[in-house]
Structure formats: structure tokens, C-alpha cells
Design a binder for this molecule. Structure first.
Ligand code: ATP
Ligand code: MG
Length: 554
């Protein structure tokens, strides 16, 4: 992907980087990284960080690494690592190098030895619980551990024995020796290594001690020569620790940490822990359920990388956490699909219409063209015959006020075809409408004879030519705008976020529907083939988004 040549909107990060380049800081170089923990699939919040990190590199002729922050082996897996790579590439980005924090375990260990030798780290035997109580609070300073003044020699020996597996999990930790009275709790001798006997998906059983995130992250950045370490706001209070570690170790490079606001999107959640819970407790069909805010889910629902990148640019980059309306994301996908989706007709809830005065075995090939800006996406031949299907709700026996569709004795135009008039309603034994008998007017193909008033235009398919399809209509997964703020977010799950219409009919041109294509079904929305369930000729369409925003409050 190449950078956009047009002027990009200013934001505080673009400004910092432009200034740094102008002053030749970091030798004018820009190197970023996207550092996911492989403990879940990427979500729309990650997309913001991906677009920022990769985008910043592209805009500045720099580099961006993908780095797996894999220091928590219990929750991480190869499946997650693979999905993350797939999703970053799908969004349209290519990393300059792929690394793992675990690639640096040996170096991180050496650096820890250096801290101990410098008298800046010590092995502590306090329990996790004790460390917590010794830490103090926002208003009270912390208390020093009795182990804080262990000799360097003793610390070195204990730390080496920790690595050698001589102690039980939790028996000791290695802590940075900073300041137990610091107003910043992160600086009160944070743990930097803990003992944990757990299999690591890359290093196997090689290690029984694992470095903590804050310690690992800054050193990994420095090892890779990152210039700007872009992260979310909650790390602001960790920045002094980031800088402290690098200063003590005199690393050859000292990246600059810059924080930005996390994306919070209404009617959904962007916490991997909670998304994981939705999957493992079967509230959704998987990480790629089209209702999920994961990139895999959005992809399966029919969202395009372009729309998501556009969304990430549109929401801007600030230092204030705020909630973004779902309508913004939907706007971006509509913009893209309105321009780029193929046009088609699909009848989601079919009602049979017999055109009684149409010759029995006649089939006409009507040319329909309904994308004036990009005719190649709208032009096609649609067969017309005596029996057609229309939407059940495009006919009303007792029409509501201002009803513009078909009524008994009324006329309506069939898109790209004739005007028909309904003469008779046929009902089954239970009194349900089973079919309509209509007549067509030969003079009305492609034109309205003078003086003729037709109430509206409806879509249709020829019964004998149409293909059966299942259509899945999705709506918001949660019924409240900020489910994350609920006591139990599961209680805010919407009960009707999925509606399956099993007996739909789509126009003949969709027989070669392709999973890479997007479709605008006339009047019903934008759709794509379901990548998983459309097999053996079965057509399953997912609705990506409705044609218009039905959520706007009146
Ligand atoms: P989660 O709370 O979902 O586990 P995380 O921040 O722990 O999120 P990581 O895998 O560590 O997830 O995230 C990788 C990168 O993506 C980090 O730099 C993180 O700051 C960024 N990121 C994660 N969530 C968001 C979000 N909602 N908005 C913007 N950036 C995000
Ligand atoms: Mg994280």
C-alpha cells in the first residue's frame, strides 16, 4: 500500500513526528512497532493502533515492526499469533520485520543481571499479597521490603537460581530498586521477573522465569531501534518506568513513548478478555462471528479494509478518551460499498406473484443498470417470466398511511421492468396470503405512459430463475451504548442481534457470487457471501450494513 498523497489532517502525533524529523532527532528516522499480546483476535481498537503505527511509518518513509508481546504464556497461543498476522495483512499493511518479545528473553535476562550488578534490582521473598500491602496507596507511601538491601552478590546468586528452577512459583520475584515513596505507584519497586512454570508456545520449557510487561516492552523497543513508541493512555503513568529502565541500562537507543486515547466504540466492547468470554461461553459463534468487533468478524460481515482504515483516520487522534458512535463506522462502510458494491436484487421474504396476462412460457431478458457512476457494477441481464417473487411487505391488504407499494387494485413498477396491477389476493386455508394475481402492462417497459401515476418501485426476482439463499441479518450485539460500563456486560447482550432468513431468493446473476465481492441488494442493504457457510453451492449472505442509518434518533 502506498501513502495517500493528499494532505492528511494534522494531529498531535503527526506534529511531534514532523518536529522530530525537522530537528533531526533520532537522525530524522521514524521506526514504529505494533505490539499485540497474542491472547486473542485483533479488534477494531487494535485497528486504530495498527493504522497509527504502520501509517506513521508509511507517511515518514520509516519502518514498522510487528512484535508479539508474548510474556504471558498461559493466555497466549499460536492460533492467536496466526490470526493477528492475517488480520494485519488484510488491513493492508506489511511489517518490515516480525519479532517476538520472547526472542529477547536471553538479552532481557542479561540486562536484569546488569541492573542487579548496578545495585538497581533485588530478589524479594515477599509474597504477592505482601508486596501489594507494602506498596502503599495513592495517599500513603510504600514500605521497603526487608529484602531490599540484600547484597549484590546474594541477589545475583538468587536470581541465577531462580532461572535454574530451584524455587517454587511465587517464592521469589526480582524487583527494580527505585523509590518506595514515589507518588507514582509504578515506581515503587515494580516486579520485573517472576517465577512461573508454564509451557511457552515458542520457548517451550526453556524458561521458568518470565519478564514483566513494563520491563520487557521498553527494552524490546530499544533493541529494535524504535524511535516512537506509540501506546494507549493507560501507559502514561508507566512512562517514568519505561524511561528509568532504559536510562539505567544505557541502551544504545532510547525510544520516545507517546500515548493516545483508546478507541471505545458504542454498542460493542473492545476488551480481549471480554471478547474471549463471549466466545468461550458461546454467546457468539466464534471470534469471527459477524457481530464481533474483531477484524475477523468485521471481515466476515463484509467490512472492507478500506472502510476500516478510513474509519481510523476519521475518528482522529487525541489524548482524550471518548466514545465513538457506531454510526461513524457504518458511515465509512456505506461510503465504500455505495461506490464499490455490485448491484443485485434479492427477495428476503418471498411472496409469489402470478402475472396472469403474461404468456405462459415466455422469458424476457431485461437489461438492468442501476449504478450510474460505475455502470460495470450495475449492468446485468435479469430474466423476467410469468411467476415472480416480491417481498411480503411490499404488499399490504390494509395499507398504512402513505404506503407506496402494492395494494389490491393498485399499481407498482417492478424495478427495470413493467408496471403491474394487483387484481386478486389468494389465501391459504389458514387465511394467510399465498399469492397475488396481477396483470402487467406491455406499454410500461422502461417508461411511464403519459398521465400514469405509479405509487412506487419494488424489487423482484423470477421464481424459476432465482437461486435459493440464506440471509443473515445482524444488528448490534449489545442493547446499551456502553456495555463495558455495566456491572455485568453479559446482561447487556441484545437478544435479537441475529435474524436468519432461511428461504430467500436471489437473482440469477448471483449464481456465480464470489466471496471477494460485495453486493448491494436493492432496498435491503449491503451483503457479502459468508466465507464459512457458503459451501457446496449453498448461498449464505451476511448483511454488512443497512442502506441507511436506521439508528438515528428522531
Ligand atoms: P485488551 O484490553 O483488549 O487486552 P491490550 O491493550 O491489552 O487490549 P494488546 O494486544 O496489548 O491489547 O494491544 C496491542 C496494541 O494495540 C497496544 O499498543 C494497545 O495499546 C493497542 N490497543 C489495544 N486496544 C486498543 C484500543 N481500544 N484503541 C487503540 N489502541 C488499542
Ligand atoms: Mg496488553
Amino acid at each position: 500500500m502506498s501513502t495517500n498523497e493528499t494532505q492528511l489532517p494534522a494531529n498531535f502525533i503527526r506534529q511531534i513526528i514532523a518536529d522530530d524529523r525537522a530537528s533531526n532527532k533520532h537522525n530524522g528516522k521514524v521506526a514504529t512497532r505494533f505490539p499485540p499480546e497474542p491472547n486473542g483476535y485483533l479488534h477494531i481498537g487494535h485497528a486504530k493502533s495498527i493504522c497509527l503505527n504502520f501509517g506513521t511509518a508509511l507517511e515518514n518513509n520509516g519502518t514498522c515492526n510487528l512484535r508479539f508481546d508474548d510474556t504471558n504464556p498461559e493466555k497466549e497461543s499460536v492460533e492467536f499469533m496466526e490470526s493477528i498476522q492475517r488480520d494485519v495483512q488484510w488491513l493492508g499493511f506489511t511489517w518490515d520485520a516480525l519479532y517476538h518479545a520472547s526472542d529477547y528473553f536471553e538479552q532481557l535476562y542479561e540486562y536484569a543481571i546488569q541492573l542487579i550488578e548496578q545495585g538497581q534490582a533485588y530478589v524479594d521473598s515477599l509474597s504477592a499479597e505482601q508486596i501489594r500491602t507494602y506498596r502503599g496507596t495513592l495517599t500513603e507511601p510504600g514500605k521497603e521490603s526487608p529484602d531490599r538491601n540484600r547484597s549484590i552478590a546474594e541477589n545475583l546468586e538468587l536470581f541465577k537460581r531462580m532461572r535454574a528452577g530451584e524455587f517454587a512459583d511465587g517464592e521469589y520475584v526480582l524487583r527494580a530498586k527505585i523509590d518506595m515513596t514515589s507518588p507514582n505507584i509504578n515506581m515503587r519497586d515494580p516486579a520485573i521477573y517472576r517465577i512461573r512454570r508454564v509451557h511457552h508456545h515458542r520457548t517451550g520449557e526453556a524458561w521458568c522465569i518470565y519478564p514483566m510487561y513494563d520491563y520487557t516492552h521498553c527494552i524490546s523497543d530499544a533493541i529494535e531501534g524504535i524511535t516512537h513508541s506509540l501506546c494507549t493512555l493507560e501507559f502514561e503513568d508507566h512512562r517514568p518506568l519505561y524511561d528509568w529502565v532504559l536510562e539505567q541500562l544505557q541502551t544504545p537507543c532510547h525510544p520516545q513513548q507517546i500515548e493516545f486515547a483508546r478507541l471505545q466504540l458504542e454498542y460493542t466492547i473492545v476488551s480481549k478478555r471480554k471478547l474471549n468470554q463471549l466466545v468461550t461461553e458461546n454467546h457468539v459463534s466464534g471470534w469471527d462471528d459477524p457481530r464481533m468487533p474483531t477484524l475477523a468478524g468485521l471481515r466476515r460481515a463484509g467490512f472492507t479494509p478500506k472502510a476500516i482504515r478510513d474509519f481510523c483516520e476519521r475518528i482522529g487522534m487525541t489524548k482524550q478518551n471518548s466514545w465513538i458512535e457506531m454510526g461513524v463506522l457504518e458511515y465509512c462502510i456505506r461510503e465504500d460499498l455505495n461506490e464499490n458494491a455490485l448491484r443485485a436484487m434479492a427477495v428476503l421474504q418471498p411472496l409469489r406473484v402470478i402475472i396472469t396476462n403474461y404468456p405462459d412460457n415466455q422469458i424476457e431478458s431485461l437489461e438492468i443498470s442501476n449504478h450510474p457512476q460505475r455502470p460495470e457494477l450495475g449492468k446485468r441481464i435479469v430474466p423476467f417470466a410469468k411467476v415472480i417473487l416480491i417481498e411480503q411487505d411490499d404488499f399490504a391488504e390494509i395499507p398504512p398511511k402513505k404506503y407506496k407499494r402494492l395494494i389490491l387494485g393498485g399499481e407498482v413498477r417492478l424495478r427495470g421492468s413493467y408496471v403491474i396491477k394487483c387484481n386478486e389476493v389468494i389465501k391459504d386455508a389458514e387465511g394467510n396470503i399465498s399469492e397475488l394475481h396481477c396483470t402487467y402492462d406491455l406499454d410500461t417497459l422502461g417508461k411511464n405512459p403519459e398521465g400514469r401515476k405509479v405509487r412506487g418501485v419494488i424489487h423482484w426476482v423470477s421464481e424459476q430463475h432465482a437461486h435459493a439463499a440464506e440471509v443473515r441479518l445482524y444488528s448490534r450485539l449489545f442493547s446499551v451504548p456502553q456495555p463495558d460500563n455495566e456491572a455485568n456486560f453479559l446482561n447487556a447482550l441484545s437478544r435479537d442481534s441475529l435474524e436468519v432468513l432461511a428461504d430467500c431468493r436471489v437473482e440469477a446473476s448471483l449464481s456465480n457470487a464470489n466471496i471477494d465481492h460485495r453486493y448491494q441488494f436493492e432496498r435491503t442493504g449491503y451483503f457479502c457471501l459468508d466465507a464459512i457457510d457458503s459451501i457446496n453451492g449453498k448461498l449464505v449472505f451476511n448483511r454488512t450494513v443497512t442502506l441507511r442509518d436506521g439508528w438515528v434518533k428522531d
